[in-house]
Design a protein around this ligand. Structure first.
Ligand code: C5P
Length: 218
C-alpha cells in the first residue's frame, strides 16, 4: 500500500455515497471529495451564463475555469443543477478537465475518500479500496424525497423517481467514463440499511480489503 490511501465510492443517484464517504474519511483521517459537486458547479456556471449544457466548448471552458468559490454555492443541490450536471458530464472535454483536478486531489497526503461515478474505474484505478454503493430505485427516490421535504420543499415522489431513473440512464449509457462497477470494487447494497448500518458494513469491507494481500501482476 502506498503512503497515500485512496478509497473510491461509486454508485447511482441517492445511493447514500455522500454521507458514507464523508464518515469514512472522518474515520480514517483522510480528505473527502464529493466529485459530483464539481460537475454540478460546472453546470451551475453554464446555467448562470444562459449557456446550453450541450454546448461542449462553453462547458469545457466552465470546467477549466472552475474556482473553489464555485464549489461553495448554495444552489448546487437543486434537481435542475443535477440534471444539467449529468448532461455536461457526458462531454469528453469536460471530463478531461475535471479528471486532472480530481487526480491532484487524490494524490495529496494523507489521501482521500472520493465519491462519484467513475472514480474506481477511471479517476483512481489503483485505489486501495473500491466500493460500489447502490440501493433499489424506489428506496433511493424515497430518500431524496424525504431530504427535499426536510429542506422545506414540496416534491412529488413520482417526479423524483423519474428524474433519478433518467439521470442514472444517462450516466450509465454515456460513452466516456460511464457509471459502472469496477471489476475489483466490492458491492454494498444499502436498500435495507440506515446510514449507521451502511457505515458499519463499509468499514468491514474496507478493513478486509486493507488486510488482503497486495495485488500482483505477472
Ligand atoms: O453525485 P451527484 O448526483 O451530485 O452528481 C451529479 C452528476 O454529475 C451525476 O448525475 C453525473 O452525471 C455526474 N458525475 C459524473 N462523474 C462523477 C460524479 C458525478 O459523471 N465522478
Amino acid at each position: 500500500m502506498s503512503s497515500v490511501m485512496v478509497i473510491t465510492v461509486d454508485g447511482p443517484v441517492a445511493a447514500g455515497k455522500g454521507l458514507l464517504s464523508w464518515r469514512l474519511a472522518e474515520h480514517f483521517g483522510l480528505n473527502h471529495l464529493d466529485s459530483g459537486m464539481i460537475y454540478r458547479a460546472t453546470a451551475a456556471r453554464l446555467l448562470d451564463q444562459g449557456d446550453d449544457p450541450t454546448d461542449e466548448a462553453a462547458a469545457a471552458f466552465a470546467a477549466e475555469s472552475l474556482e473553489i468559490s464555485d464549489l461553495q454555492r448554495s444552489d448546487l443541490r437543486l434537481q435542475s443543477v443535477g440534471q444539467a450536471a449529468s448532461v455536461i458530464a457526458a462531454l469528453p472535454s469536460v471530463r478531461a478537465a475535471l479528471l486532472r483536478m480530481q487526480r491532484r486531489f487524490a494524490a495529496k497526503p494523507p489521501g482521500a475518500v472520493i465519491d462519484g461515478r467513475d472514480i474506481g474505474t477511471v479517476v483512481c484505478p489503483d485505489a486501495d479500496v473500491k466500493l460500489f454503493v447502490t440501493a433499489g430505485l424506489d428506496v433511493r427516490a424515497k430518500r431524496r424525497f424525504d431530504e427535499l421535504v426536510g429542506r422545506g420543499q414540496s416534491p412529488v415522489l413520482a417526479e423524483i423517481t423519474a428524474e433519478i431513473a433518467e439521470r442514472d440512464k444517462r450516466d450509465m449509457e454515456r460513452e466516456t467514463a460511464p457509471l459502472r462497477q469496477a471489476e475489483d470494487a466490492i458491492l454494498l447494497d444499502t436498500s435495507e440499511l440506515d446510514a449507521d448500518q451502511a457505515l458499519v458494513a463499509a468499514l468491514k469491507i474496507v478493513e478486509q480489503q486493507l488486510k488482503a494481500p497486495a495485488k500482483t501482476s505477472i
